[in-house]
Design a protein around this ligand. Structure first.
Ligand SMILES: [Zn+2]
Length: 156
């Protein structure tokens, strides 16, 4: 393939079929990191719902009675800060940068909306989905529900 130089963007008209397919993967379901997290949660004895589309941002894993939601985010698309997977393509850089910014802003907005309606939210990054510490983090997050009870007690 011809090497691209700055200003050569014009050689790439509007999103190609390949890029469209890539982009449509931004909100893909049942990705492999997500399956790993689900499998781990099952092994830990937790039961949950998937992809609740009546909640802001359609969280990937939902614990209804606990009012807790988990997003499993791909590091590249959702821009995991400081992660080696968070690269930026060198061609059509501006296109990608604005695309990524939109993703990050949307994530922030959806998580904020969830919290506003009383949900506790956790993000598991793709690169953490196999980390040995993940089970501990999940447990800590899911047990935080005790706080709700405490608050109720405190209010009397
Ligand atoms: Zn990452």
């Amino acid at each position: 393939m011809k090497k691209l130089r700055k200003g050569d963007d014009i050689a790439y008209p509007e999103p190609t079929e390949q890029r469209r397919r890539l982009m449509s993967r931004v909100k893909s379901r049942n990705t492999s990191p997500e399956l790993k997290v689900r499998k781990l949660l099952h092994a830990m004895g937790y039961r949950f719902r998937l992809h609740k589309c009546d909640l802001p941002g359609t969280p990937d894993i939902v614990f209804g009675p606990l009012k807790k939601a988990i997003f499993v985010h791909g590091c590249f698309w959702h821009r995991h800060d400081g992660c080696r997977k968070t690269t930026t393509p060198t061609t059509r850089r501006e296109f990608w940068v604005s695309k990524f910014q939109a993703n990050v802003l949307r994530d922030e907005r959806k998580m904020h909306e969830l919290k506003e309606i009383g949900w506790d939210v956790m993000v598991v990054w793709e690169c953490e989905s196999e980390a040995p510490t993940l089970a501990r983090h999940l447990t800590r997050f899911l047990r935080r529900s005790a706080r709700k009870h405490r608050r109720r007690v405190e209010r009397g």
